[in-house]
Design a protein around this ligand. Structure first.
Ligand SMILES: Cc1cc2nc3c(=O)[nH]c(=O)nc-3n(C[C@H](O)[C@H](O)[C@H](O)COP(=O)(O)OP(=O)(O)OC[C@H]3O[C@@H](n4cnc5c(N)ncnc54)[C@H](O)[C@@H]3O)c2cc1C
Ligand SMILES: *[C@@H]1O[C@H](CO)[C@@H](O)[C@H](O)[C@H]1NC(C)=O
Ligand SMILES: *[C@@H]1O[C@H](CO)[C@@H](O)[C@H](O)[C@H]1NC(C)=O
Ligand SMILES: *[C@@H]1O[C@H](CO)[C@@H](O)[C@H](O)[C@H]1NC(C)=O
Length: 490
């Protein structure tokens, strides 16, 4: 018995020793969901010589949860729209961390009247039907042309005996356009391909985090939630912006803007498509192969703007405020710009204010479209003055005492050099090649001796779930698995 124990111990030590000897050095660039998912999977499988280098002074990337008002708000990803096939999802469900979000949109007319909810529901359902059969879209057609065609055919048919309704439904297409630019994060719905590889996850409930913020998922990934004693000791170095990755040697060298440099056997790059577009020519040495450059150039990424407002005196009466949708007539738009100046044009891109979960004094404005870069440059006062004009115009009749917000919170995703956009989408150009652009982007590169040195994860490398946190997680797991397949099967 005694000897048995010693033999076992020696064997174990030998095993541990050899494993440490062989343990690969891995560097992950970016501490967003993809990077953290990759690191945590490697750790869970006993590959622990892993460093994450992060340019920002915080982790999370495009998950950015900040205290505001009475709870935490999400400047980046807000609703988990994922499937039931990741471990994370299981933990989230079991731990009761989220709840499905019910979006009820109440629309107001630019004349200040509330629009009948039945009518809006009918039109949004038509839009929904078109979305659901998007697989039938033709290759080479933009989302704009596809929706316009399908939508007008449907409303012409449905309202052929009601000219007033037909006219309203046709004007409502503008609202749909604005919501579509938000959905895809594109500056124009003409930039997005109608046919796409995007697949809806099996279970999509738009889960919200009950006022605790999407960052809760990072705690789940790092295993410090629900049980903090199980936290993985991930090594994350903040304020480390990577400048050049030299990847063709046996070891990869990562040089940072602060002059420091790191060596590793493998590097997993998780920076956004926006960062790649902006920097791929100098970030990689040697430069990337042609198929990757094409993918980076041809895939799309632009931005949305989310702005949170805190009203110390809540002017909306019902505790369960539904979102406030804005329907403009063309004439009202012209008059509005004449009265308040064309620099207020960005307000016409704003389709909706949302209430915020567990945050009764906060409203969130959500907008997309060409104005987004300009909005990022506006001062807080200009933004507050602008939304006060719009709120008074649309809901001033219904709510008599609209007060001014005393605080505002937003984040410049488009101009921030560590993001350069919000989420990626497929353009028509990105779909013209045999291999999908996301797949091309996801393929690892090999250096000397055919050693796999440079790996790619991140939202835009997911062939079917790009654009989401869920999709980003999947790519992190995928690249971790790729490395585990090398080291754990021997
Ligand atoms: C406003 C907004 C709303 C969104 N809403 C939703 C939503 O409701 N639901 C949803 O599922 N998804 C949503 N998304 C998308 C989701 O946030 C992203 O798909 C996801 O976060 C992408 O994760 P990632 O790890 O691929 O990239 P990122 O989160 O961008 O992580 C990459 C990291 O790399 C870092 N980095 C960049 N350059 C360098 C460098 N040179 N050196 C070192 N580090 C660098 C960045 O700082 C960043 O932390 C939203 C995004 C935004 C911006
Ligand atoms: C990791 O190592 C620990 C301790 O050596 C061991 O108990 C565990 O089974 C290992 N896990 C995996 C996935 O290899
Ligand atoms: C889940 O959380 C909610 C509050 O967010 C609580 O009311 C409910 O009782 C919880 N359910 C369980 C099963 O713990
Ligand atoms: C609006 O404010 C005034 C003054 O504070 C108050 O007398 C009035 O009742 C308020 N009206 C509504 C509809 O809340």
């Amino acid at each position: 018995m005694f000897t048995m124990k010693i033999v076992l111990l020696t064997l174990l030590q030998l095993f541990v020793f050899t494993r440490c000897e062989n343990e690969p050095k891995i560097i992950i660039i970016g501490a967003g969901p993809a990077g953290i998912a990759a690191a945590s999977k490697l750790y869970q499988n006993n590959i622990t010589n892993v460093k994450i280098l992060e340019a920002e002074n915080r982790i999370g990337g495009r998950i950015h949860s900040v205290k505001f008002g009475d709870a935490i708000v999400d400047l980046g990803a807000e609703w988990y729209s994922g499937g039931d096939d990741t471990d994370v999802y299981e933990t989230i469900k079991e731990s009761n961390l989220t709840e499905p979000t019910c979006f009820t949109q109440i629309f107001y007319h630019s004349s200040g009247k509330r629009i009948d909810h039945g009518i809006i529901t009918e039109l949004l359902n038509i839009f929904e039907e078109i979305q659901q059969v998007a697989v039938e879209a033709k290759e080479g057609v933009t989302v704009e042309d596809h929706i316009k065609e399908k939508y007008s055919a449907k409303i012409r048919e449905r309202y052929k005996d009601n000219s007033e309704m037909l006219e309203f439904a046709s004007d409502f297409l503008e609202v749909i356009r604005k919501e579509v630019t938000i959905l895809h994060g594109a500056f124009s719905w003409g930039d997005v391909s109608a046919k796409s590889d995007h697949e809806e996850p099996a279970e999509n409930n738009w889960l919200n985090w009950k006022g605790r913020g999407f960052k809760t998922i990072l705690d789940v990934l790092m295993q410090n939630c629900p049980d903090p004693s199980k936290e993985l000791p991930l090594e994350i170095i903040l304020n480390k912006e990577v400048k050049i990755i030299t990847w063709d040697d046996d070891e990869v060298t990562v040089e940072c803007f602060d002059g420091s440099s790191y060596k590793a056997d493998h590097v997993i790059v998780t920076v956004s498509l926006g960062v790649l577009k902006n920097r791929y020519q100098t970030l990689f040495n040697p430069e990337l192969p042609e198929n990757k450059k094409n993918a980076i150039e041809e895939l799309g990424i632009a931005a949305v703007a989310k702005i949170f407002f805190y009203f110390p005196t809540r002017w909306w009466l019902q505790a369960d405020l539904k979102s406030i949708g804005l329907f403009w007539t063309e004439l009202d738009q012209v008059e509005f710009l004449q009265q308040f100046g064309t620099d207020k044009h960005w307000l016409l891109d704003l389709p909706i204010f949302y209430p915020v979960t567990n945050n009764p004094s906060v409203l969130e404005a959500f907008l997309g479209g060409k104005s987004v870069p300009q909005i990022e440059l506006l001062s807080d006062d200009e933004i507050i003055d602008g939304i006060m004009l719009v709120l008074n115009k649309f809901v001033g009749n219904e709510f008599k005492n609209i007060t001014k917000p005393t605080e505002i919170l937003r984040y410049n995703w488009y101009s921030n050099p560590h993001f350069r956009g919000t989420y990626s989408y497929q353009t028509i150009q990105s779909r013209r090649r045999k291999v999908s652009a996301e797949t091309a982007l996801s393929e690892p590169l090999t250096g000397k001796n055919r050693k796999m040195t440079l790996l790619f994860a991140g939202e835009a490398t997911n062939p079917t779930h790009y654009g989401s946190v869920y999709g980003a997680l999947e790519t992190g797991y995928r690249e971790a698995q790729r490395l585990l397949d090398i080291y754990k099967t021997v």
